[in-house]
Design a protein around this ligand. Structure first.
Ligand code: CMX
Length: 461
């Protein structure tokens, strides 16, 4: 894909520290250079031979109902089956847990392994993952102007608002935007999108940790990036929880399996839409973060904990299944949703919820925690209550039903911050799609909208 000496290849050699490359280990760019032409050819053939094939009908209820089930987006990295849950390039979460490299001394998937799988469709070797960790660590420091911007924000500005602002402002150094301004070929877009994407992911932990420090521990020192550590290892250190091995492992797992959930979810779709205008990855991901900040999407993990803690406050420590049932009905009768339950696509318990439950099941101290016990007890009764209530199409827990409670146990009790961690995670899937959208030359997204009158007219005709 690269011509020797082209602007793009020089830029990569410079910013990816080519001299640090381990012998016989592929870089992420080299791995992508192998797979991109194959996919490009596949797409070209699909367009040429089947461009007019019909994939399904569009029902009025879909247009009025948030486009549920509408097959209208290309997204290769993950597929969400309503019953089985998510697969990343065909691999279920348990399969990923078996095959993707962990951190030295750890067992859980690390973000670098998941990013590699999402981007290339291949399981990386341990050496490839370590090399990617080193690249990310090398790029992990925040530019001074971003530190200044974040430090200037009011401490009571929601951490998600701050994260989106910091990510958008990182676009000052976008190589994609700079190259586009100079004039580059469409075939080179993806290389710049990749460089921005890697830089963005590298900087997210320092950005997210600075927001945490400013809001919750003003004045505390933030440790520098440790070049020997993986992305999440560094993130946990910078949050001030370095040395907590179990929390680090939990966040490695959470950030990896939360990284992508097909293309149609609000954050991924937003990144894709904004990216389709050729806005650079920083701007596209910043927009995605504000979709994630809605309570029906990423903010649900903070809402679950608030809801669980209210339940404890109201009912005390010895909560029975009957008490929980009453509390669920009270929530529903007051017109609120039960946070952490239901899903736009899933029709079974979320395998991400199950993976986090299994993490708890192997640790007696987690099993003994009253808030985690409450999550389990709620899972025993909530599907029945929600089924009886009769509204939600999916009465089962989604990942958010469990995620915040484990953080709470480990002392990360600032639940307004939880969606920021989700934001660090979801970048893995969103940047993957941005790189591939540019590699495949996907166009500006522009669906057709209809007025109510126009829909009625179409039905009559
Ligand atoms: N509690 C109460 N009512 C619920 C419900 C829940 N957990 N989940 C869905 N419903 C209701 C809906 O509000 C809707 O009611 P109306 O007909 O009055 O509008 C009805 O059931 C049908 O909804 P649905 O088709 O089953 O679900 P949607 O695809 O419209 O919405 C979701 C999906 C996730 C927004 C919804 O289930 C919800 O609000 N859950 C609680 C919030 C949550 O946990 N969000 C996190 C999702 C995971 C993520 O994206 O990060």
């Amino acid at each position: 894909m690269f011509r020797q000496g082209s602007l793009a290849s020089k830029s990569f050699a410079r910013s990816f520290g080519a001299q640090r490359r381990l012998a016989s280990t592929k870089t992420i760019r080299e791995a992508l250079e192998e797979v991109i032409p194959v996919k490009q050819a596949q797409l070209k053939q699909l367009k040429a031979e089947h461009g007019q094939a019909v994939l399904g009908d569009v029902k009025v209820e879909q247009v009025l109902g948030g486009m549920r089930g509408l097959k209208a987006m290309l997204w290769d990295a993950s597929v969400l089956d309503p019953l089985e849950g998510i697969r990343f390039h065909g691999k279920s979460i348990p399969e990923c847990q078996k095959t993707l490299p962990a951190a030295p001394g750890g067992k859980e998937i690390i973000a670098e392994s998941m990013l590699w799988l999402l981007l290339t469709g291949k399981v990386p070797t341990e050496a490839e993952v370590r090399q990617l960790s080193a690249q990310l660590a090398e790029k992990g420091e925040l530019p001074a102007h971003i530190e200044k911007l974040i430090d200037s924000l009011p401490k009571d500005l929601h951490p998600m608002t701050q994260l989106g602002m910091g990510v958008a402002a990182l676009n000052q150094e976008s190589v994609f935007a700079a190259a586009y301004e100079k004039g580059i070929k469409k075939t080179e877009y993806w290389t710049y999108a990749l460089e921005d994407s890697i830089n963005l992911i590298a900087r997210l932990p320092a950005l997210a940790a600075r927001i945490f420090r400013n809001v919750y521990n003003p004045g505390a020192a933030i440790p520098g990036i440790n070049k020997e550590l993986d992305l999440v290892g560094n993130y946990v250190n910078m949050l001030g929880y370095g040395g907590n091995h179990d929390l680090t492992e939990y966040l490695r797992l959470y950030i990896s399996i939360h990284g992508d959930h097909e293309g149609g979810n609000a954050s991924a779709h937003t990144a894709h839409l904004v990216g389709s205008t050729l806005a650079d990855p920083y701007l596209a991901y910043s927009a995605a973060l504000y979709a994630l900040a809605g309570p029906l999407h990423g903010l649900a993990n903070q809402e679950v904990l608030r809801w669980q803690l209210n339940m404890r406050k109201e009912l005390g420590d010895n909560i029975t299944h009957e008490h929980i049932k009453e509390f669920l009905w009270k929530t529903l009768k007051s017109g609120q949703v039960v946070p952490g339950y239901g899903h736009g696509v899933l029709r079974n318990p979320d395998p991400r919820f199950m993976a986090l439950q299994e993490f708890c099941d192997t640790r007696p101290e987690l099993l003994a925690d009253p808030v985690i016990q409450l999550v389990k007890k709620t899972y025993d009764v909530a599907p029945g209550v929600l089924t009886e209530h009769g509204k939600t199409k999916n009465p089962y827990p989604n990942v958010d039903a469990a995620s915040g409670c484990v953080l709470y146990h480990y002392g990360l009790t600032q639940f307004k911050y939880y969606t920021v961690i989700f934001g660090v995670s979801r970048a893995l899937g969103c940047v993957t799609q941005l790189v591939w959208a540019r590699a495949l030359g996907l166009p500006l997204e522009r669906p057709k909208s209809l007025s109510i009158d126009a829909i009625e007219k179409l039905i009559k005709s």
